[in-house]
Design a protein around this ligand. Structure first.
Ligand code: IPE
Ligand code: IPE
Ligand code: MG
Length: 251
């Protein structure tokens, strides 16, 4: 549950913590370039960093963590890079699923599976199936995910279900998204310094707090995450309303 927590790195007590954190894991390519390495080495280093951040976020008591691993637009990259990323992801599922399961983490996939090879698709489905009854943190991997594709997929299913127009409201629409069982993200963190969503959770992010750090994803540590949480705890979320000032006059 969301409660005042002492931050392990800074020792500060903060409230509130986000219930759902989503991370745009960007900057693998720049990290590799800085080291004089090929881009795939950056993707490998980035993937190796996933465990550290998942464990850190879990340790804070966050209920949902979503990681943006591969976008529908990332297919535009050279075939060699795309294949390399797919290969690295398959290896990560093989290596990490058992440990995540032991830690009571429930895995979920956001995106399309049909563009993946049958072997990779099966790996993803097996990992989701294995962990489906776990009661700890939910870890959503956004892979072959695009916000616009998600919205179009929802519209297609709504039309196929012959839902009458009067019944279509935000709650119903949300149930047709990949995130049907997941609350909207409270905090979206982007590493690598860009100030954009890049088609990530564009429906769900309507009132998410946004935090960006120049740290490149393979270098991202607990400390960066904690800084984001501290910044989040100091934000005032108004959702279009006004700050509750008790007897404040509105005229
Ligand atoms: C993010 O790192 C990983 C994916 C998009 C798959 P990038 O590969 O986008 O790294 P930069 O932005 O080029 O540094
Ligand atoms: C967003 O990063 C996608 C992921 C991190 C998976 P990109 O590197 O693809 O985003 P753009 O192209 O800079 O907007
Ligand atoms: Mg990038």
């Amino acid at each position: 549950m969301v409660e005042t927590k002492t931050m392990p790195v800074s020792g500060k007590k903060i409230f509130p913590l986000p219930r759902h954190v989503a991370i745009i894991m960007d900057g693998n390519g720049r990290w590799a370039r800085r080291q004089g390495l090929p881009r795939l080495a950056g993707h490998r280093a980035g993937t190796d960093n996933v465990r550290r951040i998942v464990e850190a976020v879990d340790g804070y008591g966050v209920e949902y963590l979503t990681l943006y691993a591969f976008s529908t637009e990332n297919w535009r990259r050279p075939g060699r890079e795309v294949n390399g990323i797919l290969h690295i992801l398959a290896g990560m599922i093989d290596r990490e699923t058992e440990a995540l399961h032991k830690n009571n983490v429930k895995l979920s996939h956001l995106g399309r599976l049909d563009g993946l090879s049958p072997a990779l698709k099966t790996k993803v489905l097996n990992a989701v199936e294995l962990t489906k009854n776990n009661s700890g943190m939910t870890l959503c991997i956004a892979f072959d995910y695009g916000g616009r594709a998600e919205i179009l997929d929802a519209v297609r299913r709504i039309v196929r279900d012959e839902v009458s127009p009067e019944k279509i409201d935000e709650a119903l629409f949300g149930k047709y998204l990949y995130t049907a069982d997941v609350p909207e993200p409270d905090l979206i963190i982007r590493t690598g310094g860009e100030m954009r969503l890049s088609n990530f959770l564009i429906w769900q992010a309507a009132y998410s707090e946004f935090y960006t750090t120049p740290t490149l994803w393979p270098d991202c540590t607990e400390e960066d995450i904690e800084k984001a949480f501290i910044a989040y705890s100091q934000r005032e979320r108004r959702f279009g309303g006004i700050k509750d000032e008790g007897e404040a006059k509105t005229d």
